[in-house]
Design a protein around this ligand. Structure first.
Ligand SMILES: CC(C)(COP(=O)(O)OP(=O)(O)OC[C@H]1O[C@@H](n2cnc3c(N)ncnc32)[C@H](O)[C@@H]1OP(=O)(O)O)[C@@H](O)C(=O)NCCC(=O)NCCS
Length: 277
């Protein structure tokens, strides 16, 4: 990844993005497929996070093609109807490769940015709603179920295991206060919505990302998503983040509308390509 990044083949991403990506991989040991020449890793793919990269010195030797085939088989085995791969910004090579393998443009992921000067009110939840901080370990099963259920009908469904969450929460810098769980006051142990944010401190600058917001289907339409978004922005700004970003699937019009009404603006479009499994 370092060499590919240095060669300018991963435009639109920062070194911090790469390290965050690498940090979470061990939480899903079966989710990374590698290409080997002898003992050397010359390429890898992570079908869950739509990544496929071949070492610059080993390209045009069919590794990419074989990795894509393995990723497709992996997705098929998980019952997924298609394999989605993300093409780096402006990469003609990736587009030539994907087109050659029979992939077609599928959808885009928008990176949205909230200008520092845009005012966002603090959250105001209804009186029968309880907001509480995530509790390490004991909340893992409920949190995993909440993520998986609230994203099951998402244009690009997300599924996480308790192991993946445990790993990520064990990484340096994780703060349980970066997660808010929302529950009916009458049933505080049954969370129905959540927001997860991430603070990045790089070279003296602090930035923040709203990395996930999810509301169970039965609890949508009551403003919980809007208040959780406000909660995330308030939390990140209170920690000194000038820049607040989030990524949203372009086809998720309800979410995109909510974010834009709150003041987020479109900053970058990440095209993704897919092929049926
Ligand atoms: C895109 C990438 C994965 C291709 O890996 P690779 O191992 O070189 O791919 P393959 O050898 O299997 O190439 C398969 C076909 O893709 C096309 N292709 C690959 N690289 C190409 C290039 N630089 N220019 C034009 N076509 C290219 C060709 O049709 C090629 O077949 P051919 O060599 O018989 O002509 C690699 O260039 C890479 O890691 N790029 C940076 C990361 C990236 O863009 N990842 C996103 C992939 S979706």
């Amino acid at each position: 990844m370092e060499l590919t990044f240095a060669a300018g083949d991963l435009r639109g991403r920062t070194r911090h993005d790469l390290h965050r990506f690498l940090d979470v991989l061990p939480g899903d040991p079966g989710g990374t497929i590698v290409a080997l020449v002898g003992d050397d890793v010359v390429g890898f793919t992570t079908p869950r996070s739509q990544e496929l990269i071949v070492h610059p010195a080993h390209r045009r030797q069919g590794h990419g093609t074989r990795l894509a085939a393995a990723a497709r088989a992996h997705a098929r085995a998980r019952g997924e109807p298609k394999l989605v791969l993300s093409a780096p910004l402006g990469s003609e090579v990736a587009v030539a490769f994907l087109a050659r393998l029979g992939f077609a443009y599928d959808s885009s992921l928008w990176l949205l940015r909230l200008p520092p000067e845009t005012p966002v009110p603090p959250p105001a939840f209804a009186a029968d709603i309880l907001v509480r901080t995530y509790r390490m370990d004991e909340d893992i099963p409920a949190y995993a179920a909440l993520i998986n259920t609230s994203f099951v009908d998402h244009p690009s469904p997300l599924s996480v295991s308790a192991e993946m969450i445990r790993h990520v929460h064990g990484l340096p810098g994780f703060d349980p206060e970066d997660i808010a769980l929302v529950a009916p006051r009458a049933e505080p142990e049954r969370p129905v919505a959540f927001c997860r944010c991430v603070v990045a401190r790089e070279g003296g600058a602090t930035s923040g990302e709203i990395s996930l917001i999810g509301v169970l289907p039965a609890w949508r339409g009551r403003g919980l998503g809007r208040e959780l978004l406000r909660w995330g922005v308030s939390r990140l700004r209170s920690l000194g983040a000038a820049d607040v970003t989030l990524a949203v699937e372009a086809r998720n019009e309800l979410a995109l509308g909510l974010y834009e009404r709150t003041g987020f603006v479109r900053a970058q479009e990440w095209p993704r390509w897919s092929k049926a499994t």
